[in-house]
Design a protein around this ligand. Sequence first.
Ligand code: NAG
Ligand code: NAG
Ligand code: NAG
Ligand code: NAG
Length: 736
Amino acid sequence: MEAGGQRRGTQCWWVAISFSLMLSCVERVSAQIKYSVPEEVKVGSVVGNVAKDLGLDISSLEERRFRIVSGAEDAQFEVNPNNGALYVHGNIDREELCERIHPCIKNLKLVAENPMEIHHVGVEIVDVNDNSPSFQEYEKILEMSESTITGRRFQLPTAHDPDVVTNTVRMYKLNHNDHFSLQIRERGEDKVPFLVLQKSLDREKESEHKLILTAVDGGNPPRSGTLNVTVIVLDSNDNHPTFSQEVYYATIRENTDAGVFVIKLNATDLDEGLNGQIEYFFGGELKGNLYEIFNMDKDTGELRINGEIDFEKTDIFKLDVHATDKGQPPMSADCTVIINVLDVNDNKPEIEVTSLSKIVSEDSKPGTVVALISITDQDAGLNGKYLEVTQILSCFLTGGVLLKSSLEERRFRIVSGAEDAQFEVNPNNGVLYVHGNIDREELCERIHPCIKNLKLVAENPMEIHYVGVEIMDVNDNSPSFTDEEKIVEIPESTLQGKRFQLPAARDPDVVTNTVRMYKLNHNDHFSLQIREMGEDKIPFLVLQKSLDREKESEHKLILTAVDGGNPPRTGTLNVTVIVLDSNDNHPTFNQELYSVTIPENVDRDTSVTRVNATDLDEGVNGKIEYFFGGELNTKLYDTFSLDKDTGEIRVKGEIDFENMDVYKLDVHATDKGQPPMSTNCRVIINVLDVNDNKPEIEVTSVSKIVSEDSKPGTVVALISITDQDAGLNGDVLLKR
Ligand SMILES: *[C@@H]1O[C@H](CO)[C@@H](O)[C@H](O)[C@H]1NC(C)=O
Ligand SMILES: *[C@@H]1O[C@H](CO)[C@@H](O)[C@H](O)[C@H]1NC(C)=O
Ligand SMILES: *[C@@H]1O[C@H](CO)[C@@H](O)[C@H](O)[C@H]1NC(C)=O
Ligand SMILES: *[C@@H]1O[C@H](CO)[C@@H](O)[C@H](O)[C@H]1NC(C)=O
């Protein structure tokens, strides 16, 4: 018995049986002779002299009807009955005859009659590099998030080359480029090319990368095929809005009507779509009433007057404005708007009547002062005269112009309002002394120098004196923060160098006794930067080292404000940085290759395997869905199903070993981040053969007519038995 055709998983046993009328059996089977011939060889080429090699008598070949009796498919070969040469009769295409089977052997069955002889001849068809590698796709488009970490791999399509062994795809090349290299992985016999990101992508610099993947076979000379690969860089919210100025200045006149335009702020953001759409808001630390005085158009950045502007109440406004994009997570920037108010002469001088004597006696002489008229005008500078009539002296003063002896008689005293009860004059000696507790911060708040103006009068004759007392600051207050704790949310994709404004500390003391500097506790990620905005010092956190939420999702910092007193006083603020998740982790399969074996004819809905990918990111960025790779043969979609949530692969169609003995599926796991990240794995499903095929019996008639006087032993028919099952399942037992 001879092994003939070697179709995958199939073995055939050709059996020649001769029947006699007596039902006695004779069989003759020859040993096999092998030839080899390259494919695509010229028609007419001689493969070998088969008659000679079989030891047949050349002269009797024609008479014995020596010929090939295999089916029509073997029309590639014929035997010349005159000389016994086996020659090429039709075009031989190895790829058509054997596809990927190697070696490619055509088995020929030759017969000679009288006496009947059957010979099997194998012709090996040698591969010639007549095919170039080619890709199924016309173009491959890969979408990659610009936040993709370097080193990350992306599977590329494989090229197909129907040639075998060294003539099939041997290597892949990638055109020279700045961002990607190529890596080849062996998966079973296949070579799979991967793009490896070598240098971070930046959509704002280059939103698309055009690459050329070349597959080269190992022929001599080699043949190649190319695929255009376009990498589209998806936007990440990696750009902060930027204001056109850090500080905007504007000047408005007091009493300007509501609705009047003050200034337009302009922040821009290089990102795309929502990541670049900006909204403007007042900073959270604004004094409540500023919201009533000004109005910010959140879309246009236009600042307009909304309430009353009164120079006498506030002569300068300092607004913090945030610009925030609509990315997820959002990024923001800050600016300061300083609005100077121009004074307008809108205050009439006020006339204050201070009664001097509670009782004005009937006999008061002409000239007796009955009232003191002081004129004050709240308008500043040229609009006011108050300052001009005020004499500023230093700490203590005795009324030098007055005679000590007459002080009591002339009722020398301070006539300012109740608020000045901190000072009194001793009428005996004219000494001005401290009478109540003096709190500079209460009297003057942030005004420096702090001068209390006292109005002193003496009667008979009436004299009015203005005395200024400057109250010196003492470092009696520590810097303090309005909030107990500051929470700063920072996306992990934030670029180094980005600044985040922190709240400023307040210290009601002035000059050197107020906040002089800030300090930040030692830490790995942040440094501190101080900006002067007008007289204020504003602390900013500066990111020094990239954040990684998956390593550390929170950073606890301590900001200390120090004043310039001697000794200095301090105040601290706990700053908690919460790291917001970015979709910077790819799903990872727990295996790169899943290999399973199922029996053929397995029931529909049987579970084959379950792929499992995990993603370190949070929320939707870590939520995974599974899909079959786009390059699957559509037939596979009918054979297997994949549960997109659980990754479970089940049998959906017929599994027939004789049709397909191994399935190779690509499965993608994709997270739901924006943009999403994905990973591939390969699932190899081997099919186990089951003895489900009955042997087939083929009868080849040898002679059309069997004569009446045929001798016992005359061959009348050839019976071939084939069984499509493989291995033991394909063994045929002949029972005679
Ligand atoms: C592939 O890219 C080359 C040049 O980059 C271009 O000439 C060619 O048309 C592209 N082919 C396809 C199929 O897009
Ligand atoms: C905002 O600033 C950008 C760049 O600085 C400029 O191109 C744009 O025209 C400005 N927009 C407005 C509304 O002023
Ligand atoms: C600030 O942090 C310190 C230690 O880190 C802690 O002891 C303290 O309670 C925190 N204060 C507030 C107000 O959270
Ligand atoms: C998937 O893999 C992860 C880590 O390898 C494991 O923690 C998890 O339990 C697995 N899930 C299933 C459903 O097997």
